[in-house]
Design a protein around this ligand. Structure first.
Ligand code: GLN
Length: 482
């Protein structure tokens, strides 16, 4: 889609401003129902689009993302713009600088249409924990879009953005992509700078795109990855343009199916869509092998120790003094606090939602003296075993394939009182974050429920920094849809 729009812009069949206007009109028409956006930046978008049009009028060459309208999750800082991370505690927070990812988008000439809804501080799998609004799944408005980047997924799925950025700590790009029927890419840890991303769990967080095609995801990645002196975990760019590798040819590639992922608990309907997808890969000439990731069963428990530990430490900065709202702001709304400690406690009590508080408490516990060794340190060791499972698997195969999530989109409220059920949504996705490998979710089929066809995503994982093979394989699958 991006390439087509790019050609139209270049050939003056359309203009960046009319493209931006058509997306803004779509948002005005659809978003009151869907609720994908927390903020629409119409004037800024128009201004940027006019700049691109001027460039084209002057005969300058434009890049692939130039003039292309996209959206960003509301946990990425944009200078002068409110950035809430879906939380009340950042209700009045205006970012003083651009995240590197935003700067990269600006340099690439992309048009930022607005900020999208999300679970509070990216904690959740349904976007229901947003302090602001509900986001509906465009495939069935009675269902959740997934989470935590539900707004970004829904915006792309409903034609309210050509691409959108999300963040993925345990599945927050891939699971909503699966639920909404779009492509979602979590790059290798260290591919894309996290500077200016409001941190959830820093050793797991990674930014990546939602798009309608694999090629578009490749283009957005090409425009946004690389070394950033402001994020020491970023890797030097290898200069690749990932869209150049989408040959459609995957003959001879070895795809591993982890037997642990397809255990008895898996919904039979998901299994059958998955089995068909495996056959499609086989008919494309890939070699399918059963593999083992023996420590998979520990992935979710390990994730729910390491992630809250990092959350409790990262979210300590929201204290009513340094960032965002404060109960001591002198307004009528609050009684005010007499001491510094009360300011901290009351602000955090008022500003954070239940899920965030739960994780801060869990993490504080696992990091506390006496429990650190028993939980956090042990989890780190098991994390290493999980990573090693992938080192071993990638000796045998080039890719690992599984369903993205164990089920299709669920109804609002379905897991509100079933936290474990909510956490289980990430059972196939957290491993990629723990190991740091790149992973993609792409539409693999649908599942019929109550007369509605609900999208289901397939997840491919590849070797560290091998997004090239990852994208080539997902693209080859996508091409068989045509
Ligand atoms: N759903 C997972 C969680 O709640 C993943 C979140 C994420 O990737 N940001 O932690």
């Amino acid at each position: 889609m991006i390439r087509t729009l790019h050609e139209q812009l270049k050939n003056k069949e359309t203009t960046a401003i009319s493209l931006a206007e058509s997306y803004l009109a779509r948002i005005a028409e659809r978003d009151p129902e869907i609720g994908a956006y927390l903020m629409v930046l119409g004037d800024e978008a128009r201004k940027e689009a006019a700049r691109v049009d001027l460039k084209i009028a002057h005969g300058e060459t434009i890049g692939l993302l130039e003039g292309i309208p996209g959206a960003v999750k509301d946990n990425m800082c944009m200078e002068g713009t409110r950035t809430t991370a879906g939380s009340k505690i950042l209700d009045n927070y205006v970012a003083p600088y651009d995240a590197t990812i935003i700067r990269r988008l600006r340099e690439a000439g992309a048009i930022i249409l607005g900020k999208t809804n999300m679970d509070e501080f990216a904690m959740g799998s349904s976007t229901e924990s947003s302090a602001y609004r509900q986001t509906k799944n465009p495939a069935d408005p009675e269902r959740v879009p997934g989470g935590s980047s539900g707004g970004s997924a829904a915006a792309v799925a409903d034609g309210m953005a050509v691409f959108a950025l999300g963040s993925d700590t345990g599945g927050s790009i891939r699971q909503p992509a699966s639920f909404c029927g779009v492509v979602g890419l979590k790059p290798t840890y260290g591919r894309v700078s996290r500077y200016g991303l409001i941190a959830m769990a820093s050793s797991l967080d990674q930014i990546g795109p939602f798009t309608t095609t694999v090629e578009d995801a490749a283009i957005v990645l090409s425009e946004t990855y690389g070394y950033d002196p402001m994020d020491v975990t970023t890797a030097e760019s290898d200069g690749k343009r990932f869209e150049d590798f989408l040959s459609g040819d995957i003959r001879g590639l070895k795809i591993g199916i982890p037997k642990e992922y397809l255990s008895d608990g898996l919904d039979e309907r998901v299994r059958s869509v998955f089995t068909e997808a495996v056959e499609r890969f086989r008919s494309l000439g890939a070699e399918i092998r059963e593999i083992s990731l023996p420590h998979s069963k520990y992935a979710l428990p390990v994730y729910y120790i390491i992630m809250p530990s990092e959350v409790s430490s990262n979210l300590a900065r929201f204290d009513g003094i340094r960032f965002g709202m404060s109960v001591n702001d002198g307004s009528e709304r609050f009684a005010g606090s007499d001491t510094l400690l009360e300011t901290y406690l009351d602000t955090r009590d008022y500003g954070f939602g239940d899920e965030v508080k739960r994780r801060i408490m869990l993490g504080t516990y696992t990091l506390s003296a006496g429990y650190y060794d028993a939980y956090y340190k042990k989890a780190q060791k098991v994390r290493d075993l999980i990573r090693h499972d992938f080192v071993d698997a990638f000796q045998e195969v080039d890719l690992v394939f599984s369903p993205t999530a164990p089920e299709a989109a669920f109804r609002f409220g379905a897991k509100q009182d079933d936290l474990i059920g909510m956490y289980l949504s990430d059972i196939y996705t957290v491993t990629a974050n723990l190991a740091g490998v790149p992973a993609i979710s792409f539409p693999m089929g649908t599942l019929n429920e109550d007369g509605k066809d609900l999208p289901l995503g397939g997840q491919l994982m590849a070797r560290w920094f091998d997004e090239e093979t990852l994208l080539r394989t997902a693209d080859a699958f996508e091409k068989t849809n045509q």
